[in-house]
Design a protein. Sequence first.
Length: 384
Amino acid sequence: MMDIPTLHEVSCEGKRVLLRAEFNVPIKDGRITDDRRIAEAVPTIRAILADNAKQLILIAHLGRPEGKSNPEFSLKPVAARLQELLGLDVLFLRDCVDVKIPETAKVVLLENLRFHKEEEKNDAAFAKKLAKHGDLYVNDAFGNMHRSHASIVALPRIFPDNRCVGLLVEKELRNLDFSDPERPFVAVLGCAKISDKITLLNALLERVDKLLLGGAIVFTFLKARGFEVGTSLCEEDKVALAQELLDQYPEKIVLPADIVISEGLEEAEIFTVDVDKIPSGMKGLDIGDETIDEYELILDSARTVFWNGPVGVYETPPFDAGTHALAEHLAKSKAKVVVGGGDTAAAVDQIGVARFYEHVSTGGGASLQLVAGEKLPGVEVFRE
């Protein structure tokens, strides 16, 4: 049972529904290269229309136009793709506040919220201008619920009795709740720095049965164990913290047994060595085969798995091998597998296995803050 209002609990009938969606998708040369966030909004849109809404007004942002109108960040391509996915006309208007919305238009997408600097300032006056477009506010932009922006925080405050979260946000909050996971609960964390993930590390270590580490973060832990790490990324000022965590959670933290190394990413000879044999002048870039086998064995015993972060430099073959292997192995798992957003979501999409998991989050920062136990402004506003 959710403790915030959901779409199931409100009536859209006869109302102008103002839906904050997450349409921040990658666009290259005017073409959308990954439409997953648009596709994830479709169930909520269809539910609103099926509930006989008078009109659906969509608001969203794209990129970082820094408060200025910029055709490079226009949502027009999103409108075209949304129209294809829905099989319905989607009217696109070139502003989000100073527009007259035709009453005859059923589905409307307004231009990029961030063309107005007031959006990122959580400006109440800007929110009031947006509020004029609707009678009911719905937030389905999970990927932005960790931001105190006008469309996320100030706007729902204007609709204290007519607001809710959409189906996607409800799904995200339910699947990213690891307060009582089915055990064994195993997390895979691949990231660059301990300093970027201290809160998440502590939160996971308190809850998991095993934490499998990958990515550059492992080298700070290996340094704490007294091993040479060559030119691998290592936070010297966090070695003591890594040692504390290893002392505190010796049975939970699992480090790689072997590492794929090279002098660089391109045109250099590649070796696989034990973690205590990384030579100076060499950089660790992926987990080795022995580690892949060990991690897969641990994952086979899991009933719940949370994975955030590729375990190697997945953008550059062959240093994507570890990430590929774990992604494909988890696709066959009987465990509940939840993938954090950001690079991990991009990786499993690229590998083509996302559909086999229980849930792949649309929010990078938002999902990590939620799992780390931090409050999301876009959620907390519904609890006011």
